[in-house]
Every structure is written in structure tokens, then in C-alpha cells.
Unconditional design. Structure first.
Length: 274
């Protein structure tokens, strides 16, 4: 590859509506505050095809987490629509898995107990999903840790438990809000490799929010770039790097060109937070 491909300005139209698992159409979010309305998101429009890994990057305060909350059904949009499998997202849904920056594990529950929390809350059948939980824990290298408690695990191990918990009920899409932001650099790199391996095996649709441009380019099929507040989409970059990707790809000229292109977009808008 001799150069980074041009922006795909018609990303949302590449596939038919039937192939779009997530479709966001002219979505805006306005918060009412004591000092007046604040526009967090303005006219957001994009889609994600089933099985795609899409990363979302943007400066602090641009509305990335607000967008994720709208997609999880925790916060309503002010204008526009967000659809999952053609159905408007109007509240929390069982077919969405979420991983936050903090693992949010219950200290009184074992690893297995934390993983099976969605089964308990949604009455999905604990006995049936215990075998699935055990298999997923083995997949992320936590076989034998089922009876351990969160305080006995490292930060990276806790985040693996959180990922397994998000996958246990076989969600249609996995939403990840800076899941590795609190980890040290070496652990973060290993978690990137781990997440890529899990994604390659299960091919879940993923929307991954991060402040790290390099992390976004390493993990994603597409990197969606947002402007400073009010958040709009200013670029949608297809990442055409072969998979599986190892850490050495970060030193390649192709990788560097993707990173530079995205960073240049931030600098053109007067800010960089990655």
C-alpha cells in the first residue's frame, strides 16, 4: 500500500439497510443546564455493518460517551434516531453488551459470579450459561480463576472478566467505552492483542471508544473521527491493514500514515487529545 485511501464520505451507504446492524441518522443531543442549552452532539450520521470493528476517536468533551449512552438506551437523543437491527433504540436492551473503562466488578462475587450477573438479572438460565462462561474465561486466559474474587486479580485480568461478562448473553453488538484507558502501557498493548483475538474468533460487531489514535488504528476496520464539541463526524477512515495484526505493525509506514492522517484532522480543528 503506497498511500492512505481517501475518506469514505459515503460510509453509511456502502451496504444496504439490511446489512447495517447499527444505523444512526441525523442524531443530536442537547443538554439543558442552568446556564442554558449545551449541544453535545450535532447531526451525527453513520452506520456499522454486522461483524465490523469500528473505533470512535475525538477530543475530550466531544460527545463520544454521550453517543455510547444513547446507543445503550441509557440516554435519549434530542433529535434523530439510532437503530439496532432496524429497531429504534428507545431504552436499555438485552442484546447490547457494554464494557466501561472501569471493570465495575462486584467485590463479593467471584469471577464466575460476576460473569453470570447478566444471566441472573435477565433470568436467562444460570445453569445453561455456566458452561458458556467457563469456555469464555478459558478463551481469555482465566481458566482456573472462576472462584477467585476481583481483589485477587490484576487490572488487566479484571477487564478480561468485564469483557466476558459483556459477551455472556451473546449480544448483537459490543460497545466499549475506553476499556483500557486505566491500564499501564504494556498491559494495554496485551489487552489490544487479546481483544483482537477474541474478535477474530467471535466476529462480534464492536464500537470501541478510545483517546488513542494508535489503538484505534491497530484494532479497527474503520476509525470514525469526531470534531470538538458539538461533536460531529469529520472523517471515516477505512483501515486496510492485514489481520491478524501484531504490535510490529505499529512501526510500519502504512500504520504511520493512518495515524498521521487522523492526527492532522484534529490539528486542523485546533486540538489534539490522543
Amino acid at each position: 500500500m503506497s498511500s492512505v485511501p481517501p475518506a469514505d464520505t459515503a460510509a453509511s451507504g456502502r451496504a444496504s439497510a439490511a446489512a447495517d446492524l447499527i444505523a444512526v441518522d441525523h442524531l443530536s443531543k442537547i443538554y439543558q443546564t442552568r446556564t442554558g442549552p449545551v449541544t453535545a452532539l450535532e447531526d451525527i450520521h453513520f452506520s456499522i455493518e454486522e461483524g465490523q470493528f469500528v473505533a470512535l476517536v475525538g477530543p475530550s468533551g466531544c460527545g463520544k460517551s454521550t453517543l455510547l449512552k444513547i446507543l445503550t438506551g441509557l440516554v435519549p437523543a434530542s433529535e434523530g434516531t439510532a437503530r439496532l437491527s432496524g429497531t429504534p433504540i428507545s431504552g436499555p436492551r438485552r442484546d447490547i453488551g457494554v464494557v466501561f473503562q472501569s471493570p465495575v466488578l462486584f467485590p463479593w462475587r467471584t469471577v464466575l459470579g460476576n460473569v453470570l450477573l447478566p444471566a441472573d438479572v435477565q433470568h436467562l438460565g444460570r445453569a445453561q450459561l455456566t458452561g458458556v462462561a467457563t469456555e469464555l474465561l478459558a478463551l481469555v486466559g482465566l481458566a482456573g480463576f472462576e472462584k477467585r474474587y476481583p481483589w485477587e486479580l490484576s487490572g488487566g485480568m479484571q477487564q478480561r472478566v468485564a469483557m466476558v461478562r459483556a459477551l455472556i448473553h451473546n449480544p448483537a453488538i459490543l460497545l466499549m467505552d475506553e476499556p483500557f484507558g486505566a491500564l499501564d502501557a504494556m498491559t494495554r498493548e496485551q489487552m489490544n492483542l487479546e481483544l483482537q483475538r477474541i474478535w477474530l474468533e467471535h466476529r462480534k460487531t464492536v464500537l470501541f471508544i478510545t483517546h488513542s489514535i494508535a489503538e484505534a488504528v491497530f484494532l479497527a476496520d474503520r476509525v470514525v473521527v469526531m470534531t470538538p464539541r458539538p461533536g460531529r463526524i469529520m472523517d471515516d477512515v477505512a483501515i486496510e491493514l492485514a489481520r491478524p495484526r501484531n504490535l510490529d505493525v505499529m512501526t510500519s509506514s502504512e500504520f504511520g500514515r493512518y495515524v498521521k492522517r487522523i492526527r492532522d484532522r484534529f490539528q486542523a480543528k485546533g486540538g489534539l487529545d490522543a
